[in-house]
Design a protein around this ligand. Structure first.
Ligand SMILES: *[C@@H]1O[C@H](CO)[C@@H](O)[C@H](O)[C@H]1NC(C)=O
Ligand SMILES: *[C@@H]1O[C@H](CO)[C@@H](O)[C@H](O)[C@H]1NC(C)=O
Length: 507
């Protein structure tokens, strides 16, 4: 008891600041012993050392967590070399559990729903400028043009030389008419009624590996190049049904004749009201940007990845680069690049992973990057008729005889017009966020069109990033592609029709 009191007093004494306030009752040796204890446990120096260790430890833990996070980050959803573990066996089963057992750095399917998200660039306010670093030794300025849609302008995204190369590659590949009145050039993606092609020609074009048989994968591959193309979703579905009904799972030319009457088809059936009135006149082509493509095209895609901060797998699995040439008077009416999601529609780009039964296929494009490859002397602006409008009503687009989607008549009346300047890029989001980090509703304000060119020639390129609003479907699709790549590297001689490379091998 007394001992304790003494100890306590000793501490008091210490706290009072090392004044040797000795009680007369204390034996002389006690303070010394207490002093040793005090200096070892309670001194400031000791405290500092402990705190430093503690902080270093915490920093280490944080560092380790960050390291793990970035190494398993969303960008690695599809591992590049297709080493996606054995879990990809069944495309239909949702989120197989075996995936988590794969070695680190590979696909973690179970984490998917929590961790996989689509970054969005902050607009802050109209006129806000942010610095972005896309190439070494240079920063670009990105200016917020509007918030509805979220639209940015980046001058000098492409150098003059790069613009020239892209235009020349497009010319080398050959441009197709995007309009319906000029004779077809026999190209795959011309908008012509199929009447101008014979059954043999159609069959041969569909038969990607030229083995004289139509496989399911070939039909599925064609759904990718659908935009403004000669095969409507209806036709593709009809052929696909034929393939599936066939016991061998393949169609010969003879079977094809029975399944699909080429002469019957005279064009595309458009499903949406806005699309049914969609008019355009221009020439276009598609440039593949993946492995083996021209380095400028490759670089361009990498710049899109660094600018948008989207998972590289998403960008790499998106549509090829579309290059368009507008001559005098050429235009496109206002339209949306993407589609509203309904239960009865399915995304074209992920259709392989989904349900090939009676659904309408639509383009699902999270964002658009538009590159001006030339400057235009007069006209040819990109118009956003309802950008940052207070409200949006589809019926208000056509009022008092003024149709805001009709760029030939009303380009001057839209809310926003961007003048083409060579090298400048525009980036806009076609979809809102769903509030949980994934792609949400179509942003109706993203309506845009091309004013008629008055003087000069306008060259632009479009790069779209395809995302399925159903993120499980997107994940299934990416697993399938990874699986394909794996199979492809395994047995080269076997035909693996899925990625764009099969469709756009030439450039
Ligand atoms: C395919 O679609 C049908 C009809 O919409 C539906 O009943 C079925 O569950 C779907 N299958 C898959 C795998 O999504
Ligand atoms: C644009 O906003 C105005 C003001 O709210 C509205 O009257 C008009 O209908 C809107 N335009 C469209 C196309 O919705």
């Amino acid at each position: 008891m007394e001992d304790f009191q003494e100890h306590f007093m000793g501490q008091e004494e210490f706290n009072d600041g090392d004044k040797p306030l000795l009680s007369p009752f204390n034996p002389p040796f006690r303070p010394t012993r207490l002093h040793i204890q005090r200096s070892s446990i309670c001194s400031r120096a000791y405290f500092v050392v402990v705190m430093v260790f503690f902080h270093v430890y915490i920093l280490n833990v944080i560092g380790l967590l960050l390291y793990v996070h970035y190494n398993n980050g969303p960008g690695d959803l599809v591992s590049r070399d297709g080493a996606t573990s054995a879990s990809v066996g069944d495309s239909g089963s949702p989120l197989p559990h075996t995936a988590a057992a794969s070695p680190s750095g590979e696909l973690h399917v179970e984490d998917y729903s929590q961790s996989y998200s689509l970054p969005r660039i902050e607009g802050i306010r109209v006129g806000h400028v942010q610095q972005v670093s896309l190439v070494p030794d240079k920063t670009h300025e990105m200016r917020t043009i509007s918030l509805k849609p979220l639209l940015f302008e980046i001058p000098g995204f492409l150098s003059e030389e790069e613009c020239r190369v892209v235009v020349q590659l497009a010319q080398l590949k050959g441009l197709m008419e995007s309009q319906t009145t000029v004779p077809s050039q026999g190209q795959e993606e011309s908008n012509q009624p199929l009447l101008s092609l014979s059954t043999e020609e159609v069959f041969s074009l569909l038969d990607l590996n030229q083995d004289g048989l139509l496989q399911k994968q070939e039909i599925v591959s064609h759904s990718r190049s659908r935009d403004g193309t000669w095969l409507s979703p209806d036709s593709l579905r009809q052929i696909l049904t034929g393939v599936e009904d066939c016991p061998t799972g393949m169609l010969t030319l003879g079977d094809f004749r029975r399944v699909y009457d080429v002469s019957q088809r005279t064009g595309q059936q458009k499903s949406r009201k806005l699309l049914s009135q969609f008019k355009q006149r221009s020439k276009h082509t598609w440039l593949y940007q993946g492995q083996g493509s021209h380095h400028v095209l490759h670089t361009l895609r990498n710049r899109i990845i660094s600018l948008t901060r989207l998972p590289s797998a998403l960008v790499e699995l998106s549509e090829p680069l579309q290059v368009i040439r507008y001559e005098h008077g050429d235009f496109s009416n206002a339209h949306h690049d993407s589609s509203p999601s309904h239960s009865e529609t399915t995304c074209t780009h992920t259709r392989l992973a989904g349900n090939t039964s009676a659904l309408t296929e639509v383009s699902c494009r999270y964002l658009t990057m538009l590159f001006y490859l030339s400057s235009v002397e007069e006209g040819g602006e990109t118009t956003f008729p309802v950008a940052d409008n207070r409200t949006y009503e589809e019926h208000a687009l056509v009022q008092d005889g003024v149709d805001l989607t009709d760029t030939q008549e009303t380009c001057g009346r839209g809310n926003l017009r961007m003048k083409p300047t060579a090298g400048t890029a525009l980036l806009w989001y076609n979809h809102l966020s769903d509030g949980r980090g994934w792609m949400g509703e179509l942003d109706e304000y993203s309506l845009h069109g091309d004013c008629p060119v008055r003087r000069g020639v306008k060259w632009v390129a479009n790069s779209w990033v395809n995302v399925d609003p159903d993120h499980q479907q997107q994940a299934r699709y990416q697993r399938l592609v990874a699986q394909r790549h794996q199979a492809k590297s395994g047995m080269e001689e076997h035909y693996q029709p899925l990625s764009h490379s099969d469709l756009h091998q030439d450039l």
